[in-house]
Design a protein around this ligand. Structure first.
Ligand code: BGC
Length: 745
């Protein structure tokens, strides 16, 4: 009897601990109706009520309208027809526009200026996929903080970031904007970015309102083709695509953007399941939702709305509070309301949410940007220093045969080759806000600066990024033949990834592969520095080139960061946030796949392709270092826990090589038998640690209910009793292994 009670008490205690953990976390969210809270107060709510009482229908729909500062926009402001602008930059410019709203619009309601500040504003950091490869959320948070400070100083109040879409198909160009294929890594990065953008106080001169996008499952586009249909189960929606959004909401994100795509037949911008049931009812989100650009009127083409009137009605009824760029609310909803098809209470609620954000940003008291601050904050030396640090943390060493890297003392003549070697604009990557090519340190510049007098550095582009023939090939080969080492910088231009830049091939552009082969044939040792907005299929490179560095698109400090890594001033420790395939034919490929009834083996009738080996070229979580690490002593605090219990997993990691370096210690689990089949491995914890040569560290993880469950057939999050495997290791394909059991009580 006593043990039964003790068990009950322990379970109760664990449940209370879990509950308090969520309460202290959710207290930071925009939970509707919970005021005074972090983002509003009783006084603010009263002021909004008073404003609503005075506002005409036009004024209200104006607050729900976002447009570009084009055409007769000044008249629109004076007539109360606009609540937000996107695409206005600069303190002086935004102040000028804001003054019209504050001084001449019907109620003097300030405008909220939005922009796509995705990976920096003027100081451009690595593309988000690259930042995720750092597996360092604190650093990613700092980068977002700098982006926020620059943007706010320039008059931007609201960023359309973070983009938290999970993508498992590298053909999709927008994979560059997110954190890759994994919901857990994606959730950690989503929260880090929200905290970085918003800080602890939205009124602060270095904070902007964040927007988690694109809600939801936009990355699940069939065939990786942008804007394409998404047809997934609700379980996959909840377990794979939604966790980063939920993490963003838990971290206090103020807004979400409804996506372009449909989800299993219903466009996201009119989707009651995600916008009402999940976002508002289950998560209690009290911020506002903005549509994606014209995603409301796109519903006509989707075949979900008869015309723009119908589209506007469907969107606002589903919970899209603000329309971006289609003007559908302001042009159509007045009639819908007068005709009684849309209750005014729905509009009032949306307006309240938008005004609440404007109050939270302090715009009613301080609507203007400070041009002097703009001068001092933008592209400051400190910001550049951080950009360099983030860029070098994001670099992944894929191969280093014979320790070709770091560049040894015996190298006297260095050939720097390739169309991306002295390129500045493409190194900024997609969605580079106000980033300017002239701000970028090219790879050649970074290498020359570091090599100084000691090494002779020659350069030849060898070819263009996508030309038909490699003009300049001969010269490049000659240069390589005359050098001790060739650094060949190849890959994608900035416009080969990003929105509407899906590719049907994941290969290096053929001309660049020819260049690489020719340099290799010259007999000189070659290091390939591969830049891209996505994982590329580089099987020939992997087989033939002794050293390979994945650098993504690294931003303004690209050249310095790459030189730091090549010369060994910084020991690379980034890991892949996404699987590298052998060929585009493997798409979609991701480590957390299901086992199938016929998992791939050498046997004939198993799940694989007949013309390639089944494993990927490089697995998720993979990355090397100039040193080596050993994992030992995997320990579990217990082998049995109840469904509300927790378990500590620890491992000893030792730096067994000769350099200090970073390892990303990764923990994966597998629920062996479920009421629904479970993935073969799921990431549930990681830590990037730095160890001196010869030193060890014990790394501990806590596993609990949050890590072990899934949404069952009834869409209830559940932890099922049974056996689990756990691995701790350096990537998703290796690791020490143990087992534990979740009991039913
Ligand atoms: C993109 C969004 C972006 C918006 C505004 C759309 O085309 O899908 O991600 O925030 O444009 O620029």
């Amino acid at each position: 009897m006593i043990t039964v009670w003790a068990n009950h008490l322990m379970k109760l205690a664990a449940a209370l601990v879990a509950l308090f953990a969520t309460i202290s976390f959710t207290a930071e969210t925009w939970a509707e109706g919970q005021y005074p809270g972090r983002w509003s107060s009783a006084e603010v709510e009263q002021r909004i009520t008073a404003l609503l009482a005075k506002m005409s229908l036009t004024d209200k729909l104006g607050q729900l309208t976002q447009q570009y500062p084009e055409g007769k926009f000044a008249d629109d402001i004076r007539e109360g027809k606009v609540g937000s602008f996107l695409g206005a930059h600069g303190a002086a410019n935004t102040n000028r526009i804001q003054r019209i709203a504050v001084e001449q619009s019907p109620h003097g309601i300030p405008l909220i200026f939005a922009n796509d500040v995705i990976h920096g504003y003027r100081t451009i950091f690595p593309i988000p996929l690259g930042e995720a490869a750092s597996w360092d959320p604190q650093l990613v948070e700092k980068a977002a903080r700098v982006a926020a400070a620059e943007a706010r100083a320039s008059g931007t109040h609201w960023t359309f970031a973070p983009m938290v879409d999970i993508s498992r198909d590298a053909r999709w160009g927008r994979i560059a904007e997110g954190a890759g294929e994994d919901p857990y890594l994606g959730a950690i990065m989503a929260a880090a970015r929200v905290l970085g953008f918003q800080g602890t106080n939205l009124k602060a001169s270095d904070s902007v309102l964040a927007c988690a996008k694109h809600f939801a499952a936009y990355g699940g586009a069939e065939g990786g083709r942008d804007y394409n249909t998404v047809d997934i189960s609700e379980q996959t929606l909840r377990d794979v695509y939604l966790p980063p959004f939920m993490a963003a909401v838990d971290a206090g994100v103020g807004t979400l953007m409804s996506a372009f795509n449909e989800i299993s037949g219903v466009p996201a911008s009119a989707n009651h399941l995600i916008l009402q049931r999940i976002l508002r009812e289950e998560w209690g989100f009290g911020g506002f939702v903005v549509s994606d650009s014209k995603s409301v009127t796109d519903m006509v083409a989707h075949g979900y709305a008869a015309d723009n009137d119908d589209a506007a009605e469907k969107a606002i009824m589903a919970g899209v509070d603000m329309d971006m760029a289609s003007f559908s609310y302001r042009s159509h909803l007045e009639e819908s309301i007068r005709a009684g098809r849309i209750p005014i209470a729905i509009v009032d609620k949306a307006v309240r949410r938008v005004l609440r954000a404007k109050f939270a940003l302090g715009l009613f008291d301080n609507p203007y940007a400070d041009p002097q601050r703009e001068q001092s904050v933008i592209l400051s030396a400190d910001n550049r220093t951080l950009a360099r640090d983030v860029a070098r943390h994001s670099i992944v060493l894929l191969k280093n045969e014979g320790n070709l890297l770091p560049i040894g003392k015996n190298v006297r003549k260095l050939a720097v080759i390739g169309p991306l070697a002295d390129n500045s604009k493409d190194l900024l990557g997609t969605w580079a806000a106000l980033g300017k090519p002239e701000d970028v340190v090219t790879v050649l510049q970074g290498i020359r600066h570091r090599a100084a007098e000691r090494i002779e550095v020659g350069f030849s582009a060898g070819c263009q990024i996508e030309s038909a023939t490699p003009k300049g090939l001969k010269e490049a080969v000659q240069l390589a033949a005359d050098s001790d080492l060739a650094i060949v910088v190849i890959g994608e231009s900035a416009t080969m990834s990003g929105e509407a830049n899906s590719r049907s091939s994941l290969d290096l552009p053929p001309v660049q592969l020819s260049l690489l082969r020719a340099i290799h044939a010259a007999g000189v040792p070659v290091v390939a520095v591969v830049m891209s907005g996505r994982p590329l299929a580089i099987p020939w490179t992997a087989d033939n080139i002794p050293a390979i560095v994945a650098a993504w698109h690294p931003g303004v400090e690209a050249g310095n960061a790459i030189a730091d890594v090549l010369f060994g001033d910084f020991n690379p420790g980034g890991k892949l946030p996404v699987t590298f395939p052998r060929t585009v034919g493997q798409m979609p490929i991701y480590y957390a796949h299901k086992n199938t009834g016929r998992p791939a083996t050498k046997e004939r009738y198993t799940s694989k392709y007949i013309d390639i080996p089944w494993p990927p070229l490089y697995p998720f979580g993979y990355g090397l270092s100039y040193t080596t690490f050993e994992f030992a002593d995997l320990k579990l605090s217990t082998n049995r826990i109840g469904p509300f219990g927790q378990l500590e997993v620890s491992v000893k990691v030792t730096n067994t090589g000769e350099h200090a370096g970073d390892e990303v210690v990764q923990l994966y689990v597998r629920d062996l038998v479920g009421s629904m089949t479970r993935p073969v491995r799921e990431l549930k914890g990681f830590r990037r640690i730095t160890l001196e040569s010869g030193k060890s560290s014990e790394v501990r993880f806590m596993l609990n209910r949050d890590h072990l469950g899934f949404h069952n057939r009834h869409m209830t999050y559940t932890v099922e009793p049974g056996l689990f495997k756990v691995w701790v290791g350096p990537n998703s394909a290796e690791g020490l292994e143990a087992k534990f059991e979740v009991t039913s009580q």
